[in-house]
Ligand binder design. Structure first.
Ligand SMILES: [Zn+2]
Length: 403
């Protein structure tokens, strides 16, 4: 959605509009620094430099060497609310390059859009936070209370070295509300599903493919498991949440066998179970374990194990929380109409913030999260500038001295 010029547009918003070229170049600069999870050192240093240049107090927090989290603080020295802004520094890999017409790290511009891996998830979000606060500093926005910006690493794989570490070690303490700049297509999202990754391994007996009766086929066993998982997936569609839709299960990876003329003795399957906030991960895992037990009961020689790889909780906050109102008011002031308030299917650092600290969190950023991991990931420049204005408006409404 293009930025709509407003009568009496506040000074901060006008400043952000005037920074359009700088906003574009900031995002392009971030895209040109690949930051696939595990490789956040360069982008962390770059973001820290930008924060220092605007006079913020910057701390680099590393749970492991070379894996920076950037914490930037603006303390007014006066009593007032404590607003937390967050986004993550890492991103998923670009995938096969032949699908990209604009190379993933060139930050090409075409038709009012910026292309590259992370253009949406979440380098545009990082840009909106940085540029909104830069504009607030440059216009000397009088604030009370304090602002903490946290740029976390490790988010795409669950945030153990990123947001989980920060939340567990007091870096978010005292924050009253948080905005996470994950892609929401300029709507306001107030909850996510939980994410549980499980790995199932079936084990058989290898033998010559010409005499399959002498072995035990681990892939055939897994096929039985997959049939049962399909039935569970259908059942999950009946478990629903008003904000988040229904629980899901996806078989996302399978690996088994060596060559066609051998009976395979091992098959590994990776599955992704998305949980409603009220669902318990142990119970969800037990449901899968029960499937293995059922298959074992009817298949002689069936041998399988189950392993948990990722657990990422979901969360949902009430739409009446002040942070939801602040975000919705800001969108309405900048865009001219209220946003849709909804949930997000995918997990983000927002859940760690909320689950580990109780801080109410909303998500807001330009771009559609569902296209964020595609080839030719791209964001509209108008949306990028509009989102920066919305972040600026939230900061000025929550921390402004007239608030
Ligand atoms: Zn993200």
């Amino acid at each position: 959605m293009p930025a709509t010029p407003r009568a009496n547009e506040p000074e901060l918003s006008r400043r952000i509009e005037a920074m359009r070229d700088e906003i574009v170049e900031t995002l392009r600069g971030l895209i040109r620094i690949p930051s696939i999870t595990g490789d956040e050192a360069r982008i962390g240093a770059h973001v820290a430099d930008i924060c220092r240049a605007m006079g913020l107090e910057v701390e680099i927090v590393e749970a492991e060497p070379g894996r920076p989290n950037v914490v930037a603080r603006w303390d007014s020295g006066q009593p007032g609310p404590h607003l937390l802004l967050n986004d993550h520094l890492d991103m998923v890999p670009p995938g096969p390059l032949e699908y990209w017409t604009h190379p993933p790290f060139d930050a090409d511009m075409a038709d009012g859009r910026i292309y590259g891996r992370g253009a949406i998830d979440t380098k545009s979000g990082v840009t909106t936070l940085l540029m909104a606060i830069k504009a607030a500093r440059e216009t000397k926005l009088p604030i009370r209370g304090r602002l903490t910006m946290v740029f976390s690493c490790d988010e795409e794989v669950g945030g153990a070295l990123g947001m989980q570490h920060l939340a567990r070690n007091g870096y978010l303490d005292g924050a009253d509300m948080a905005v996470v700049a994950e892609p929401t297509s300029l709507e306001v999202e107030i909850g996510t599903k939980g994410r549980l990754h499980l790995e199932i391994t079936t084990r058989g007996i290898a033998t010559h493919g010409a005499r399959p009766w002498l072995g035990h086929n681990a892939i055939d066993d897994m096929a039985e498991v997959i049939r049962e998982l399909g039935a569970l997936a259908a059942e999950l569609e009946t478990r629903t949440h008003p904000l988040l839709g229904h629980a899901t299960l996806n078989v996302g990876r399978i690996d088994g066998g060596t060559v066609p003329n051998m009976v395979p003795n091992k098959c590994v399957l990776g599955l992704d179970r998305r949980l409603l906030p009220e669902e318990d991960p142990d119970a969800a895992e037990a449901e899968i374990a029960a499937i293995l037990d059922r298959v074992k009961a009817r298949r002689p020689g069936f041998d399988a194990s189950l392993e948990r790889h990722v657990w990422w909780p979901g969360y949902a906050i009430d739409a009446s929380e002040p942070v939801v109102r602040a975000a919705c008011d800001a969108v309405e002031k900048v865009i001219g109409k209220p946003p849709v308030v909804r949930g997000k299917d995918a997990g983000t650092d927002a859940s760690w913030i909320n689950v580990l600290t109780g801080i109410p969190v909303v998500m807001f950023s330009p771009g559609d999260g569902f296209t964020a991991m595609n080839a030719d990931e791209n964001v509209g420049i108008d949306d990028l500038v509009t989102a920066t204005k919305v972040i600026g408006q939230i900061v000025s409404d929550v921390l402004g001295q007239e608030a």
